[in-house]
Write a protein that binds this ligand. Structure first.
Ligand code: GDP
Ligand code: MG
Length: 741
């Protein structure tokens, strides 16, 4: 055949009929066939009903005669017009198969130039092996377990050549009802039935139900299944086979009645074909077709002559028409489906963010996360809770609000519980037990879903935050403060009369403030806990990729966080040491005022005690009124000055100094701890744990560190590649559907 002739013929056939629309569907099948249901033709029926034979008649692709092999999985046969003859065989992996299995199966690929029974048989054996099912040479896997008989992968056969029509048919394993010892099991029966049902269910599928003519179609299970899948029976066509085996006159008539439409309820009706039987193994397809023609020209079948429903040619013509009609009808809907799927794929890819194969994309990726994290930190510290939706239902992440609560509890506890012994004439609220204070804090946390330090949520904090509750309870000393002061005074009295050494104040202050350490430590730990919880949750929120998060956390953040927490505790210890160990010092005038007030209070009290209450008339201008007052006579006056000079007075003075200083010191200490340890060290300062994960940290990472943290792991990489490929395919498919490709 010359090349000019060849191309003319090619052109001629291309312009024939509705070739182009079938070509389009073939292209779509290539691109998105496993993702979107496309108009297709499936051949279903009982085992040995003649499915493969019908398929061969439609596509001219002959399965090896030893055909038991090809009924173990669905086979998709696609014919396509190409200048060169060839047959390509590959496997379309089932969507549910693991990615490694999919990859392995995709490797299966064979191209044949010439088809011989031998190389086909060889090919099918290899295909069985690739699918991991029983083959003629292999029935068990390397570890000894029996291989399955059926597979849900699809064997794809592409038949290309200058004579081919565009056409795709799927051959599905035949349904059967009895297991065969050593070959098929009960479970296989169900598996195949489900597979068949699955292939029939899509409304874009034309069902060719194959039934032998020597049984009454009314009794055929396959028609029942088809009716389930296609209740209106508008896309089911029945094909009767083996008319040559329907020898009885009655059976013949039943078949004829179906074909001419006198029986049965199929809109698309019944067709009848005669294929080569087991005895015709030596005959070619062409010879078989000649036999068929002859067969239908004889009585009683010759009565079907005008129905155009007898013979493979008629069937093929009708099936083609049907397919084209269906495709035309489905195209708009198909376009919409493909467009929708395309946008779903794109948004999934978007969600994954940019690919992280290179250093700069990795850094950009981490940077974006760190910026999102810092934004969350900023909002949570500024109480800008409208800044991010997450604050709506995550009140545990409203950090500054939670800290303010803890601060208040601390300040109150220092007021009520900070001193070892209550001062005399003090109006401080009653002391609460430490357990009570703790419970209050824990309850506050619970309402905000902050986990309790006791439930082991953050083991990484345990060594930093070891518990100190017991120690606090041990040191709640009782006794009257004046008794205590008297004791101190007696033990350290020197020769100086009516005065005392400054060191005594220091000693007394240390004793009076010894609970500060535990209360404050408890407070700082509580803040650390709250901050840590925030960081953990904020990173979860801003870095959704668990692998990256774990790597970042364990490799970099955790150690630095622990360090920051330790620094905060050390800082607090330093402040405590300064406050307790150094000489009492204050420039706060409040101290003097308080002392004066206490002293003059005592004087007034002494006067009241000694003197007598009297009423005086006071005349101002021409008005006279009565005032009350205390009157001291000379003797009482002497008594007063004697009273002020004794040791009791010195002790009272000691008390007043201690009380005034303690109050100033407590307020100062609470403020300084809040300001320096909590606010600076743990929240706002540049060494705050909240500031560790920032842009600078990301910039400082070395290439290796970056790769360890931010490189995509293999499944993510694969997923991304797959999505990219799918998107490209769907885009191309959309072009095909719009007629621009
Ligand atoms: P499948 O199991 O449904 O795929 O059926 P096959 O197409 O493999 O056919 C099963 C057997 O029936 C084969 O031996 C075929 O040669 C034979 N067969 C199929 N169609 C006809 C037919 O029209 N007449 C006769 N006599 N035998 C047929
Ligand atoms: Mg078959």
């Amino acid at each position: 055949m010359g090349s000019i002739e060849e191309s003319t013929m090619f052109e001629e056939k291309s312009s024939f009929g509705n070739l182009s629309i079938l070509t389009k569907v073939d292209k779509l099948r290539e691109l998105i066939g496993t993702k979107v249901a496309l108009p297709q033709l499936v051949v279903v029926g009982d085992q040995s009903s003649g499915k493969s034979s019908v398929l061969e008649g439609l596509t001219h692709f002959g399965f090896p005669r030893d055909a038991e092999l090809c009924t173990r999985y669905a086979t998709q046969i696609t014919c396509r017009r190409e200048k060169e003859d060839s047959i390509n065989v590959s496997i379309i992996p089932h969507n549910d198969a693991s990615s490694s299995e999919q990859a392995r199966i995709k490797k299966f690929h064979h191209s044949l130039k010439a088809i011989t029974p031998e190389n086909l048989a060889q090919l099918f054996t290899e295909a069985n092996e690739a699918m991991g099912i029983k083959s003629s040479t292999k029935t068990t896997s390397p570890n000894g377990t029996a291989l399955p008989a059926f597979s849900e992968h699809i064997l794809k056969i592409e038949k290309l050549g200058p004579e081919e029509d565009h056409f795709t048919v799927i051959d599905v394993p035949g349904i059967f009802r009895k297991e065969t010892e050593g070959i098929t099991t009960e479970a296989d029966i169900e598996l195949v039935r489900n597979m068949v049902k699955n292939y029939m269910k899509d409304r874009r599928t034309i069902i060719l139900a194959i039934m032998p003519s020597n049984v009454d179609p009314a009794t055929q299970e396959i028609l029942k299944l088809a009716k389930e899948a296609d209740p209106s029976m508008t896309r089911t066509m029945a094909v009767l086979t083996k008319p040559d085996l329907a020898i009885e006159r009655v059976m013949q008539q039943i078949a004829i009645d179906h074909v001419i439409g006198r029986r049965g309820d199929l809109l698309l009706g019944y067709y009848i074909v005669k294929n080569r039987g087991p005895d015709d193994a030596h005959k070619t397809l062409r010879q078989g077709q000649a036999d068929e023609k002859k067969f239908f020209s004889q009585a009683p079948w010759s009565s079907l002559r005008n129905t155009e429903r007898a013979g493979m040619e008629a069937l093929k013509k009708r099936v083609r028409e049907l397919l084209v009609e269906l495709i035309k009808k489905e195209f708009p809907k198909l376009k919409a489906d493909v467009a929708r799927e395309l946008s779903a794929l794109r948004s999934e890819l978007n969600k994954m963010g940019p690919s992280r194969a290179h250093q700069h994309t990795q850094r950009a990726y981490l940077n974006k996360i760190s910026e999102a994290f810092q934004a969350l930190v900023r909002d949570s510290l500024n109480a800008y809770y409208t800044g991010n939706k997450i604050f709506d239902d995550r009140h545990d992440l409203r950090l500054i609000t939670r800290i303010v609560e803890v601060n208040e509890i601390y300040s109150d506890t220092m007021l009520t519980n900070g001193h070892t012994r209550p001062f005399s004439s003090d109006s401080i609220p009653e002391e609460k037990s430490i357990a009570e204070v703790r419970t209050a804090v824990v309850n506050a946390d619970r309402t905000h879903m902050i986990p309790s330090p006791d439930d082991g949520t953050y083991p990484e904090l345990e060594e930093i935050l070891d518990d100190s509750l017991e120690e606090i309870e041990e040191i709640s000393a009782e006794g009257d403060i004046m008794d205590y002061i008297a004791g101190v005074y007696r033990d350290s009295r020197g020769q100086d009369l009516g005065t005392f050494g400054g060191a005594l104040v220091s000693t007394m202050f240390k004793e009076q403030s010894k609970k500060w350490r535990y209360i404050t430590l408890d407070y700082v730990k509580r803040v650390i806990w709250t901050v840590h919880h925030f960081i953990v949750e904020a990173i979860k929120e801003t870095c959704p990729d668990k692998r990256v998060r774990d790597e970042l956390w364990n490799g970099y953040l955790l150690e630095e966080l622990q360090d920051a927490y330790r620094q905060a505790i050390n800082h607090m210890m330093l402040l405590l040491e300064i406050e307790q160990e150094g000489p009492p010092l204050t420039l706060n005038h409040y101290f003097n005022e308080a002392l004066q007030r206490a002293q003059s209070g005592r004087l007034v009290a002494a006067i009241r005690e000694l003197g007598a209450e009297r009423a005086f008339s006071v005349t101002e201008g021409n008005k006279t009124h009565v005032e009350k007052g205390v009157f001291l006579n000379d003797a009482q006056m002497n008594n007063l000055s004697f009273n002020m000079a004794n040791s009791e007075h010195v002790q009272e003075y000691m008390h007043d100094i201690l009380k005034s200083y303690y109050k100033v010191s407590r307020k100062r200490f609470v403020d300084v701890v809040c300001q320096q340890v909590v606010n600076f060290r743990l929240l706002q300062g540049k060494c705050s744990p909240l500031k560790i994960f920032n842009t600078e940290m990301v910039l400082d990472l070395t290439e290796e560190q970056l790769d360890a943290i931010a490189a995509e792991d293999i499944p993510v990489k694969r997923r991304r590649e797959k999505l990219g490929q799918d998107i490209a395919n769907f885009q191309e498919a959309l072009k095909v559907l719009k007629g621009s490709a």
